[in-house]
Write a protein that binds this ligand. Structure first.
Ligand code: SF4
Length: 512
């Protein structure tokens, strides 16, 4: 049995993925999304740019043959190569020093091999079985942060390397984007690595399929997403409820609140004593369960008093003013390329209720150098309607207006008053109501209300890929796809705001 560093990395990100990658039904796996392919390509380009600084040697072995790769790598290490790229290091578990051996409960102890592929092995002064030098494991990562999983994998490289060269490499390096060399504290990570390896082996040897847990951040780019999501839906898994994080789920399990029904009947006060449920999160999570269980909209409250239905608090004037019906309303959405810090599209839907018209305006930087031009076009448009509220979804638009104003030294009178006109529809929703949905994204809310995007595949990540491809190929159909997507986002924001406005008016009317 081989335990490979890439398996450990998968396990650290999601144990279920590490399991499915080996034992899952591959017919249920999806092709990688364009955005995932872009990340892989960017990662490879970054690796090449770093490698150009090194004079490295590559071990000569047939593709895929780990044993031959390990032998060829050892030959280069013994010859004292300064830098080895694409090396393979391998060690039998039985040759690894305790305590790792003791933690692994395995009948096949002798048959386990550890294999690692650090991007680089870099020669440093020291003593090893090869002579007065040792090798340091080094990984090249596109990430800006030394993520914990990368550090734990560095400790795995070090553990195997210690066995191969008979000398512990005191350091492990990560080469990160914009950050350069990061020195991993191996002593701090070794125990976490050993525990994770032990759990991974136990899971694989006993074919233990880990429970599904859908998390937007972790699952978004995973090729098992559809299959896992279907399992979670069948189980009505609590991870499908907004607000149920893995830490909170662990508490819920301890309290035996593992079903939608039990959670929707729970007393939020029982949750509030746990640090995982601070500042009213317990009430929100219980209300979220009720909303989904009963498929109904619930007004949010600050405090739990008794029966949830009896605690409807007044909607504040502030919120009503924010959603008031102005004669002209603007709906604003930006498309951006975060990696190059570029905001390349400002879309604005102008809804004129006086003559019942809607018109979409798009300011698009076909060339990244046009960012300033489209910023001034946007300002010209919004100042044609000097008192119209500007509706948007989430904070990005406000942050970007501040950023662009600073970057292009826009006079204060041209941009500062806009901030008072902005209305974050997402904030108004999340502060006031609970919806029977999986997450409070623009797509989820609008789709729940019946709105559909013309291109069902379009999303923010896809739009980033389209723009990058437009810059590479000059294919105008890609720009058209971005504009249609952005227009639909503006219309979706309008659709949600209209519904929300009516809903809140109705709730106020019911109480008067
Ligand atoms: S979709 Fe999520 S839960 Fe399923 S394997 Fe991927 S990361 Fe893990």
């Amino acid at each position: 049995m081989f335990i490979i560093d890439s398996q450990l990395l998968s396990y650290l990100r999601c144990p279920r993925k590490a399991f499915l990658d080996i034992s899952g039904d591959f017919r249920q796996q999806e092709s990688p999304s364009d955005f995932l392919l872009k990340l892989i390509k960017d990662s490879s380009a970054f690796r090449s740019s770093i490698l150009s600084n090194y004079n490295y040697q590559i071990p000569d072995y047939p593709h895929g043959s780990l044993i031959a790769g390990a032998k060829a790598t050892e030959l280069l290490m013994a010859a004292g190569a300064d830098v080895i790229y694409k090396g393979v290091i391998m060690s039998k578990l039985s040759t690894i020093k305790p305590p790792l051996q003791h933690q692994i409960q395995s009948d096949n102890f002798l048959s386990i091999n550890f294999v690692s592929n650090p991007d680089l092995l870099i020669k440093q002064p020291g003593y090893s079985r090869f002579g007065d030098w040792i090798y340091i494991p080094t990984d090249i990562k596109l990430s800006k942060r030394p993520k914990l999983e990368y550090q734990i994998v560095a400790a795995f490289h070090a553990q195997i390397l210690a066995s191969v060269q008979e000398s512990w490499p005191e350091i492990g390096w990560l080469i990160l984007r914009n950050k350069g060399l990061y020195n991993v504290n191996l002593h701090q990570r070794i125990q976490q690595m050993q525990e994770s390896i032990s759990e991974l082996i136990f899971m694989l040897q006993n074919s233990l399929e880990p429970e599904v847990f859908i998390s937007r951040q972790k699952c978004n780019l995973c090729t098992w997403y559809s299959s896992c999501h279907a399992v979670a839906e069948t189980q009505k898994h609590l991870s499908l409820l907004p607000g149920v994080t893995s830490n909170r789920y662990a508490v819920l399990k301890n309290l035996n609140l593992t079903t939608l029904e039990s959670l929707s009947q729970a007393n939020p006060n029982d949750l509030e004593s746990y640090p995982e449920f601070p500042d009213g999160v317990g009430i929100q999570v219980v209300q979220q369960a009720q909303s989904v269980q009963e498929n109904k909209v619930i007004l949010r409250n600050g405090k739990f008093i008794g029966k949830l239905e009896s605690q409807l608090l007044p909607i504040t004037d502030y919120q009503l003013i924010k959603l008031g019906n102005a004669p002209v309303e603007l709906y604003f959405d930006i498309e951006a390329q975060p990696e190059i810090n570029l905001d390349y599209l400002h879309g604005v839907l102008v809804v004129d209720k006086r003559d019942n018209t809607k018109k979409f305006y798009v300011h698009l930087a076909e060339n990244p150098l046009d960012e300033e031009l489209i910023w001034s076009q946007f300002l010209d448009l919004v100042w044609k309607y000097p008192i119209a509220p500007i509706y948007h979804f989430c904070e990005y638009e406000i942050k970007t207006v501040k950023k662009l104003a600073k970057l292009y030294k826009t006079p204060t009178y041209q941009w500062q008053p806009l901030l008072n006109r902005f209305v974050d529809v997402h904030q108004v929703i999340t502060q006031n109501i609970t919806l029977p949905i999986e997450s409070y994204t623009l797509k989820n809310i609008a789709r729940w209300l019946g709105f559909e995007w013309r291109n069902p595949e379009a999303n923010g990540a896809q739009s980033i890929c389209w723009y990058e491809k437009w810059l590479e190929t000059g294919d105008r159909s890609l720009l058209d796809a971005i504009v249609i997507y952005n227009e639909d986002d503006c219309y979706a924001t309008y659709y949600i705001k209209e519904w929300l406005s009516k809903f809140l008016d109705q709730e106020v009317g019911n109480r008067e």
